[in-house]
Design a protein around this ligand. Sequence first.
Ligand code: ZN
Length: 337
Amino acid sequence: MSWNLFGHEWAAKLLRGHLKSQNVRHAYLFTGLEGVGKRTLALRFAQALDCTSAPEPGEFCGNCRACRLIESESYPDLHIVEAERGTQVVVDQVRQLQRQLALAPYEGRWRIALFPAFDRANIYAANALLKTLEEPPSKVIMLLTARSAESLLPTIVSRCEVIPLRAPPIEKLAQALIEDGIAEERARLLACIAGGCPGTAFRMIKDPTLLEQRTEFLDDLMSLLSGNWAEQCNLIRKRLQANSRNIKKQRSRTIEMLDAWISLWRDVLVEAYAAEVPIGNPDRRDMVHRLASSLAPESVVYVLQRIEHALQDISRNANIQLTLETLMLDIIDVQSF
Ligand SMILES: [Zn+2]
């Protein structure tokens, strides 16, 4: 069976090569944007590691018990340690896994530990995992994913083979969506918003409310930019209370919101520097143009950094309202609308 990935052929080739030459590392770190295919690639690799009927070294059959159970993420030798969106991986999860990793695999050649979005682990969990990376048990392969290598402890990154995944070209995704039966205009818009990341595009196709939510996030951004600080704080409070009283949901929604804002400000940066790359929000060209023409490029960089910083803080359990209010103060400092 082919690895059947959307892009990332070089990464599949590299991993296949490690298997063929029996030179598999103890730990791999897949980095890249959400929806780019990190988890999918990690699972394909897990299948190739433990397939019992591989047609040739480095490949997997897709049909044996191991392949099928890994695909459905229910294989006894596959341990997935993750946190719900808006929460963090905690040290107990890592410790519990460590006890399991100390035992021989149940049925496979390898025990595989998958840590999706390990940038969402708290510092205690990260330090606990570091110990395992320093002294990896035999017959264990650890697969981590994260937005970027910089979002993890350098000591963790240095013990992993880093596989940086870039989004395939937007046009390639648009074509694939059109071939899948999505109307051309919609396919192009989805591919742009997803920044070429197939997982994100498919998520939006499956759940149309995500697109509506994005519209609300970007409309809110415009309202926030045109209000004074008191008005901004009111709007933030109102939105947080209206959407959910559940703090996990609030956090997860705020992360989605900041992601949408970052994508828009990246477009502003592209326009400010007249860079010739496709923008991610073609339906918001007017807004992008207005912001780009009213701010110096270095101010756009600053705003983008502040939003990214706020996103990181909120992912790490910072108080949501306080972080957003501080972010607004930072933005007020540079804006001149
Ligand atoms: Zn198989």
